[in-house]
Design a protein around this ligand. Structure first.
Ligand code: IPE
Ligand code: IPE
Ligand code: MG
Length: 253
């Protein structure tokens, strides 16, 4: 059924420092179109292959005991793509949730989402709601699906919510601080990403988690998303573990 096959491989995570894993990994899954073009396939086949990469990475994060994995699956700007491609991306989402929900649930994964769900096709909304509801009480990996997500839209929405509280007299403008602000974002209650991975070599944020990525370590890898596997993930985590996170302070302080 698939025009390609993932190579079965032995994963060796033994050289990872398991005591210093990132709590939250965010991924910009980029390069599906280029992956397909390289093979003379339509872009949509790249997206199909991308779903398989996602399955493998979710499993690996869950196995490693990562707390949160946030994946950028569809941006507020991706609506600019041809209607057919958008349609395929949406049906792949529906298909992914239908196919994977039992296994995700069995592995204690908590499915969550970021972004404007009401603009997604009804079918996708239904599957997503089902997944959110069914996995709500699990205690494993939190899988955050960023769908119709944009960092600027998220910030604007937070400002609107805070503005309403101020108007209602429930909050004073001088009481608004970073914590109050973060509590009104879609990621409220979650730690900020420690590690941001972007595949396919592009060095930009493309409107992803603009607030939350303030101090994340960024690892850009050349692999196109469908080629990104467990080994690539381990390498990215290793690169992260070599970084000196100073948060504006001094090394080792
Ligand atoms: C990422 O791959 C998937 C989405 C943005 C939905 P692209 O479709 O952006 O692939 P390229 O960047 O064109 O290769
Ligand atoms: C970012 O990739 C969005 C997702 C991965 C969902 P894009 O391919 O849309 O980003 P640009 O257009 O190259 O910045
Ligand atoms: Mg792209």
């Amino acid at each position: 059924m698939w025009p390609w096959k993932r190579k079965p491989k032995e994963i060796d995570a033994s050289d990872l420092d398991l005591a210093r894993l990132p709590r939250h990994i965010a991924i910009i899954m980029d390069g599906n179109g280029r992956w397909a073009r390289k093979r003379g396939l339509p872009r949509t086949m790249g997206h199909r292959a991308g779903v398989e990469a996602l399955r493998a990475i979710v499993k690996e994060c869950s196995r490693l005991g990562i707390e949160v994995l946030t994946v950028y699956a569809f941006s507020t700007e991706n609506w600019r793509r041809p209607k057919e491609e958008v349609g395929v991306l949406m049906s792949l989402l529906t298909e992914y949730l239908r196919r994977e929900l039992d296994e995700l649930h069995a592995n204690q994964v908590v499915v969550r989402s970021l972004g404007g769900l009401s603009e997604l096709p009804l079918e996708a909304q239904i599957e997503l709601k089902k997944a959110l509801e069914r996995t709500r009480k699990n205690n494993g990996l939190i899988l955050n699906l960023a769908l119709n997500y944009g960092g600027r839209a998220e910030i604007v929405e937070a400002v609107q919510k805070i503005g309403t509280l101020v108007r209602q007299g429930k909050l004073k403008p001088e009481e608004i601080d970073s914590e109050t602000f973060a509590a009104h974002l879609a990621t409220a209650g979650l730690p900020d990403p420690d590690l941001l991975i972007r595949t396919s070599g592009e060095m930009r944020l493309s409107n992803f988690l603009l607030w939350q990525l303030a101090y994340s370590e960024i690892v850009v890898v050349p692999e196109l998303w469908p080629d990104f596997n467990e080994h690539c993930l381990n390498e990215a985590i290793k690169a992260y573990q070599k970084r000196d996170r100073r948060f504006g302070g001094l090394s080792g302080s």
